[in-house]
Design a protein around this ligand. Structure first.
Ligand code: BV8
Length: 231
């Protein structure tokens, strides 16, 4: 039976072949930085200069990177599939949008957006953010990247819960299934009766919860998977 509502969760692996580092692969971001220092509110309070340096470097990499065949295939699926396709991404890069995806939920925020911790104002981040820079709305020196750190509440969880309860196909692409609540989405989709598929380079921590798994580079597995759905 053809699916009608597809929810796709992506992680760092979908951007790996665009040259953006993953987190937990060998040589990944967490092997160079301690996530406690650069991806927690406590780390930001302790050393905002270090945190801005971390995100400024990733923002520069992101600007210089290009979407890859996996991003392009997912944008094609959204455009050509007769049913509903929603992309829920843990990634903070903008490669899905630059490949043409429109229906994208950034549950961990966006590298290209800035947030004022004092007044909640959000705006397009400059290429380089500086610690203590004043908020354009309230002038408080409380500006930070608009990303969700560990211990913080991911964005649009209510909407994601509704999508998972209603979907009939759930795919996880390029994610290690290490970070919650995202790693729990496959269980929610299964409870809703959805078919589930995992497309990663190697098995994730939740591989056993998927009906089917395809292991290989996203630039090969995702275009083939999309071809099959559109056939
Ligand atoms: C929350 C944004 C409450 C910033 C990120 C104790 C105290 C406090 C919290 C916790 C705790 N214990 C557990 C928690 C929860 C915690 C958590 O899960 N911790 C883990 C480490 C145990 N989670 C949180 O704190 C979350 N908030 O829980 O709030 C709550 C609870 C329930 C409901 C609502 C609220 C907030 C988590 C968000 C943290 N922010 N990033 C930034 O990016 O800098 S997380 C970070 O990890 C990224 O978002 C990243 O996307 C995410 C997951 O990593 P992956 O994307 O999976 O990447 P990874 O490197 O791990 O894996 C790469 C994958 O790609 C692999 O599978 C590999 O095979 C594959 N791959 C590689 N190359 C390719 C490929 N696949 C295909 N092709 C390739 N070429």
């Amino acid at each position: 039976m053809k699916p009608e509502k597809i929810v796709i969760l992506t992680g760092a692996g979908v951007s790996a072949e665009s040259g953006l580092g993953t987190f937990r692969d060998a040589g990944g971001l967490w092997s160079e930085y301690d996530l406690q220092d650069v991806a927690t509110p406590e780390g930001f309070a302790r050393d905002p200069v270090l945190v801005h340096r971390f995100y400024n470097a990733r923002r520069a990499n992101c600007i210089a990177a290009a979407p890859n065949l996996a991003h392009a295939a997912l944008a094609r699926l959204e455009q050509e599939f007769p049913g509903e396709v929603t992309l829920v991404t843990q990634n903070i890069d903008d490669l899905h949008e630059r490949a043409g995806s429109r229906n994208v939920i950034h549950m961990h925020g966006e590298l290209m957006r800035a947030l004022c911790a004092a007044c909640d104002h959000r705006w397009d981040a400059p290429p380089e953010m500086a610690a203590g820079a004043p908020c354009p709305a309230c002038q408080a020196p409380a500006t930070r990247p608009d990303v969700v750190w560990f211990g913080e509440f991911p964005y649009q969880m209510e909407r994601i819960g509704t999508l998972l309860a209603q979907c009939d196909l759930f795919a996880a692409i390029g994610t290690s299934g290490t970070v919650y609540p995202a790693a729990g989405f496959v269980a929610e989709a299964r409870m809703a009766g959805a078919a589930t598929v995992e497309l990663t380079l190697e098995p994730s921590e939740v591989s056993g919860q998927f009906d089917t798994r395809q292991h290989g580079p996203a630039t090969e597995t995702v275009p083939a998977w999309v071809e099959g759905l559109l056939a």
